[in-house]
Design a protein around this ligand. Structure first.
Ligand SMILES: [Fe+2]
Ligand SMILES: [Fe+2]
Length: 296
C-alpha cells in the first residue's frame, strides 16, 4: 500500500539557522502589534507555550528516532530537532521580556512542563504523543501559512517581533511533514489514531491560549469591563467572515481527509522571498521585512 507521504509532491529543505539576532533586548513596545492589546497578547500567549511545547515535540519524535531507517527521514528528524531547539532559545529570550512586564512565565512554563512532560507520558502512549505532535505541527503550519497571507495582519507590527515570527513560520513550513512522516511511516498510525489527538488538541490549545491571554490582560491592568470589550472585539476579529480564522478552515479540515499529507496543502506565500533575502543579507530582520513586503 502507498503511504500518504509517498504520494506527496513537494519538499522544502529543512535548514536549521542558528545565532540569529532579532534585537529583542532593544526597546520594543508592550503592544507591538499596532498598539492592539488583543492581537499582541494572542501571539504573546503562543510564545509562552513554545519552549515546553517544542520540548514535547522533540521528545515525542525522538522516541521513534531509532526506528527510522530511511536516511532521508533520519536527516529530517535531526534537522527538525535542531530547528525546534533554536525556536525555543529565541522564544525564551522574548518570554523574558514578558516576564519583565509581569507575566508569570515561570508559572505558565512549570504548569505546562508538569502536564506535557511529566503527566502526559503516564496516561498516554508514545504513539498518541507523536500523533498529538503531528496535529499541533499542522495547527502551527496552518497559522504560519494563513497568517502570513494576510498582509494587513502584521502591517503595523514591530519589525523585530514580526521577523521572529516570520523566521519561525518559515522553518515550521520547512519541517511541517516530519512528525507526520514519522507517525505515518514508522509508527504506522491508523486514521483514527491520527485524528482523535487532533480533535483533542483543537479543543485544548485554544482554551490554553485564552487562559494565558486572560492572565496577561489582568497583568496589563485592564478592568473587568475593559477585558470584556477586548474579548468581544477580539473574538469578532477571529471569527467574523473573512476574519483571522475563517480563511484557515479549509487548511485545518484537510487534516481529516484519509489521504492527507502536509505537502498536499498550500505552502507559505513568499517563502522564496524570505530565503533569498536571508541568503543575501544574513539579517533575519531584513528577511522578515522582505517577506512582509513581498505580498503587498
Ligand atoms: Fe517551532
Ligand atoms: Fe514545528
Amino acid at each position: 500500500m502507498t503511504s500518504a507521504s509517498q504520494q506527496a509532491t513537494h519538499h522544502a529543505d529543512i535548514v536549521p539557522r542558528e545565532h540569529l539576532d532579532f534585537k529583542l533586548n532593544e526597546d520594543i513596545p508592550r503592544f507591538w502589534m499596532g498598539g492592539d492589546p488583543f492581537k499582541t497578547r494572542f501571539f504573546d500567549a503562543m510564545s509562552t507555550l513554545f519552549p515546553v511545547g517544542e520540548k514535547f515535540f522533540i521528545i515525542s519524535v525522538r522516541e521513534y528516532r531509532d526506528r527510522v531507517t530511511d536516511p532521508k527521514l533520519q536527516r529530517e528528524v535531526r534537522d527538525f530537532i535542531r530547528q525546534e531547539a533554536q525556536h525555543t532559545l529565541v522564544h525564551k529570550q522574548f518570554n523574558d521580556r514578558l516576564q519583565a512586564q509581569g507575566v508569570d512565565i515561570e508559572y505558565i512554563t512549570n504548569t505546562l512542563e508538569q502536564d506535557l512532560i511529566i503527566e502526559a507520558p503516564k496516561v498516554t502512549t508514545a504513539e498518541q504523543r507523536l500523533a498529538a505532535t503531528a496535529a499541533l505541527e499542522h495547527l502551527t503550519s496552518m497559522m504560519c501559512t494563513c497568517f502570513f497571507e494576510r498582509r494587513d495582519l502584521l502591517k503595523d507590527s514591530d519589525p523585530r517581533v514580526r521577523a521572529m515570527y516570520a523566521w519561525h513560520a518559515i522553518e515550521e513550513g520547512e519541517h511541517k511533514a516530519v512528525a507526520f512522516d514519522v507517525m505515518d511511516k514508522v509508527a504506522r498510525s491508523s486514521y483514527w489514531r491520527r485524528i482523535l489527538p487532533m480533535i483533542g488538541v483543537s479543543i485544548g490549545f485554544p482554551i490554553t491560549v485564552a487562559r494565558i491571554m486572560h492572565h496577561m490582560f489582568v497583568v496589563d491592568g485592564f478592568s473587568f469591563w475593559q477585558r470584556l470589550g477586548l474579548w468581544a472585539r477580539g473574538l469578532w476579529w477571529f471569527w467574523r467572515p473573512g476574519g483571522l480564522f475563517i480563511p484557515t478552515l479549509g487548511y485545518y479540515f484537510a487534516y481529516y481527509k484519509p489521504s492527507f499529507h502536509p505537502w498536499k496543502v498550500k505552502e507559505m506565500p513568499s517563502y522564496g522571498d524570505w530565503v533569498q533575502n536571508f541568503a543575501r543579507t544574513g539579517d533575519p530582520i531584513a528577511a522578515g521585512n522582505a517577506l512582509h513586503a513581498a505580498g503587498q
